[in-house]
Design a protein around this ligand. Structure first.
Ligand SMILES: [Zn+2]
Length: 373
């Protein structure tokens, strides 16, 4: 019954906002649904985001579906009683001038030290419905927001950030960081990037590379501090023991546990903010280009032929599939459920729990001096 009500209200909201009455739509939605806010699981949020039949589906940067996703996130945060801030931005692709937006909610803590937890909400095209990349990240941001309402106070302040247009050059994250003042940057003690955090074989947590990323304004403030990664890894071990988030082993160009600048953490590391990046994949597979984590799973259905003894394709010259999920038509919830019953939901829940514990005891886990490496 509750779900039908939500559906009707969602339709009403979309109808009003399509007519250009977004403020009215938000108010209507807010007043009808605020009490009681409906707590949904990560999995239920994910279904509403990526189910190809009854939900938004693929959400290419700058598209109508990407905008619908922003509205979806805003609506659910409002429903939980948060104040949502929207930051619009324009960006260019090869063929077009497009627009997107970043959305934030803030939960002030006892200190003016901020923990930013971020996920991008756009997806690629190419047949992907963006379940793992990055519906799962957004589903966790929504479920986490919901769970944080159960607590009266936090040692540090918390910002949840939904970023637009990641897949076309980290547009949302770059814009977001470019608009921060130096005082704001200084007050951010940690940024955690959630990108493809469910679906792959194992959970990993990375830090920024020891070799500076290509930063828009040079590398002046760049930090490769592993402090947030290390805190999350230890916390994960205390929560999940042998299933905890791991560091990937070293592979050419990438020492153990460090990652490239290919997702939304990069602009933050460039600005001197210690980052951690959570993802699920499988670094023990000898993939197309070696042990680089691009092959997300050993599941035989994701390979033309997988050789378990050597952890690579039976025929490396003939292999086409390489265990890839993200950016392919394998990135859909129906397939992931068929291949890995219960996995996506479990990994999302683990990440929500990890982040909830991180911010609840941030003064214990993130009690490091920024800039000291
Ligand atoms: Zn992604």
């Amino acid at each position: 019954m509750l779900k039908i009500q939500i559906k009707v209200l969602n339709m009403l909201y979309l109808f009003c906002s399509k007519l250009g009455f977004r403020a009215l739509a938000v108010t209507l939605y807010f007043s009808f649904v605020l009490n009681p806010a409906i707590a949904m699981s990560e999995y239920e949020y994910l279904q509403l985001l990526v189910d190809s039949k009854q939900a938004i589906g693929a959400r290419f940067a700058g598209s109508k579906q990407e905008q619908e996703t922003a509205d979806f996130i805003e609506r659910h945060w409002l429903q939980m009683g948060y104040t949502v801030k929207s930051q619009q931005f324009a960006f260019k692709t090869q063929n077009a001038n497009l627009r997107s937006e970043n959305l934030t909610i803030d939960i002030p803590g006892q200190q003016d030290k901020w923990v930013v937890i971020a996920a991008h909400y756009d997806s690629t095209g190419e047949g992907s419905l963006g379940a793992t990349d990055n519906g799962a990240g957004i589903a966790v941001l929504l479920a986490l927001a919901n769970r944080l309402r159960d607590h009266k106070s936090f040692p540090y302040s918390i910002r949840l950030l939904a970023l637009g247009a990641e897949e076309v050059g980290l547009q949302g994250a770059k814009h977001y960081v470019s608009k921060l003042t130096q005082t704001e940057i200084d007050s951010i003690i940690a940024m955690v990037n959630l990108d493809t955090i469910a679906g792959g074989d194992n959970l990993y947590v990375h830090s920024a590379h020891t070799k500076p990323y290509k930063c828009d304004d040079g590398q002046g403030d760049y930090t490769s501090s592993p402090a947030v990664r290390d805190a999350l890894q230890i916390l994960s071990q205390t929560l999940f023991e042998d299933q905890a988030h791991k560091l990937h082993p070293a592979y050419p160009g990438y020492p153990e546990g460090v990652t490239g600048g290919w997702s939304d953490h990069a602009p933050f590391a460039c600005a001197g903010v210690p980052i951690a990046y959570i993802e699920t994949t499988n670094f023990s597979i000898n993939g197309k280009d070696g042990y680089d984590g691009y092959s997300q799973s050993t599941h035989p259905k994701l390979w033309d032929c997988f050789d378990e003894k050597t952890n690579t394709a039976c025929d490396r010259d003939a292999e086409k599939k390489w265990g890839n999920i993200w950016h392919t038509d394998n990135d859909r919830l129906s397939l992931l459920n068929e291949l890995f019953p219960g996995r996506v939901s479990k990994q999302m829940r683990m990440n929500t729990e990890l982040l909830e514990r991180l911010v609840l005891d941030a003064d214990k886990w993130l009690n490091f001096k920024k800039g000291a490496e």
